[in-house]
Design a protein around this ligand. Structure first.
Ligand code: HEC
Length: 430
């Protein structure tokens, strides 16, 4: 499939801070990003489709969207809406026709009104983030196609340190959805201060007096009151035809979770790939010097440790931006999300929200249950577990972990003890 290059380059230009190109050549061994066989939620859907155990139904309003979400078990309550013209199908996006994104633990799916394709980013344990499109043309057989180039122009750019990953941004836009470059752009994750989030996004939910940049445009909307701040909006009817979308929401809590998850996946991807690259280099060195195949130099070990630390800090919510007041969404997302568990014997789950002073009740991310985490290279996983254990048992009290309360660490240890099967044995010793 071809996308109009001019429009894409224009998008790239507007993104400004994004420069295409890999820092490392991921198409070579050991990663072989474009040629290696992916293994993820989309490849298993493709298998089910081929075996006729599943089917994708097309409808005139949203094409394959509804059916795709159903097949992938992506909740409708996860819908979030972005109106900045910052992504692939930018000419289809604007405040009157926002782009919708839906997600679960593994997949995120972008939908544009009258878009040529649905856009999919999926977590893949070996390849990090893998991209697909679904042709919105009902006549096309096998509408699902893997994309190894177009998406990486932005998703594999310097914004992701050259690794294929997710993008979440907050930008200032004008009334047509075009970016106002002079105001800068910001990558968003759970460390981003609340008041800097959601430029270019609709946000349904409440946050008390806490401001954010959602629901606004530079210069103001022509038909809202002058003092409109965009905060505490629970109904988007005045902005666009909400009936054109699967739900009327752009849930505040769903946005927070998606932002948290995207960066968690990006860090896991980087840790995994950097570890594999380091180990491949070690293997070559050993071969060149005739050293035993399992020999590991200190330099390589340091590189692996260095690659893992961002994961450890992020999973433990280091530098999480605090909430100053309670926040809530509108779509019921939070409730559905928590219900997914897993729960320990006391009914506790890492998916329980706080939403008063921080995002979650427990300072350990549910992303620990993902395949991305479970299938880290063994060397990286051992390191991450070792570091998590050191921090959670109070052996490491460095600044990055000063936010952790002993009571919460104890609860996290107990919950993980009951819900993670692959903990190293030293975790279980009293
Ligand atoms: C012109 C740059 C650009 C290109 C090319 C691009 N994207 Fe994106 N994408 C973005 C930006 C920026 C965001 C953040 C949300 C936004 O601003 O719309 C994003 C967000 C997403 C999201 C939701 C968040 C996430 O990362 O999981 C998905 C899914 C996605 N893109 C899929 C794709 C797919 C699939 C392709 C290729 C077919 C693609 N994108 C090509 C810029 C791009």
């Amino acid at each position: 499939m071809k996308f109009p290059l001019r429009s894409l380059l224009c998008g790239l230009f507007l993104l400004a801070t994004i420069t295409p190109g890999f820092a490392v050549d991921l198409d070579r061994a050991p990663i072989e990003y474009s040629t290696a066989e992916p293994d993820n939620a989309i490849t298993s859907l493709m298998k089910r489709l081929r075996a006729e155990k599943a089917s994708l139904q097309y409808d005139d309003e949203h094409g394959y969207l509804r059916s795709l979400l159903k097949n992938l078990d992506v909740p409708l309550s996860s819908q979030v809406l972005v109106y900045s013209r910052t992504s692939l199908q930018r000419q289809r996006i604007g405040p009157k026709r926002p782009r919708a994104i839906y997600f679960n633990d593994e997949v995120s799916i972008g939908f544009c009104q009258r878009g040529d394709v649905l856009e999919i980013a999926v977590a893949d344990p070996k390849l990090g983030t893998v991209f697909y499109t679904v042709s919105q043309n009902p006549g096309k057989q096998n509408p699902l196609t893997r994309q190894t180039e177009t998406c990486l122009l932005c998703h594999g750019s310097s914004a992701n340190q050259g690794f294929p990953g997710h993008l979440m941004r907050s930008v200032s836009v004008d009334q047509t959805g075009e970016m106002v470059l002079s105001r800068g752009t910001k990558r968003v994750d759970h460390t981003t201060p609340f008041e800097e989030r959601w430029g270019g996004w609709y946000v349904t939910g409440t946050s008390g007096k806490q401001t954010h940049l959602g629901n606004q445009v530079v210069g103001g909307w022509s038909d809202t009151a002058k003092d409109f701040t965009g905060v505490n909006v629970v109904n988007l009817k005045t902005f666009f035809t909400v009936a054109d979308y699967l739900t009327p929401h752009s849930d505040l809590v769903a946005l927070m979770v998606l932002e948290h998850q995207c960066e968690a996946h990006n860090r896991l991807t980087r840790a995994s790939m950097q570890t594999r690259l380091a180990l491949a280099e070690q293997a070559e060195l050993n071969k060149a010097f005739g050293s035993p195949a399992n020999e590991r130099t200190e330099g390589i070990t340091r590189r692996i440790n260095w690659a893992c630390e961002p994961v450890v800090q992020y999973l433990l919510f280091s530098e999480e931006a605090p909430l100053k007041e309670a926040v809530a969404g509108t779509s019921g997302f939070a409730k559905e999300f928590t219900a997914r568990g897993p729960f320990d014997s006391n009914g506790r789950t890492l998916r329980e929200f706080d939403l008063k002073s921080r995002m979650f009740r427990y300072p350990m991310s549910y992303v620990v249950y993902s395949r991305l985490f479970d299938e880290l290279p063994p060397e990286a996983k051992e390191r991450v577990y070792r570091r998590l254990w050191e921090v959670l048992t109070g052996r490491d009290s460095s600044k990055a972990f000063a936010h952790l309360e002993p009571e919460d660490c104890k609860a996290v240890m107990e919950i993980l003890g009951e819900t993670k099967k692959d903990l190293p044995t030293y975790w279980r010793k009293k």
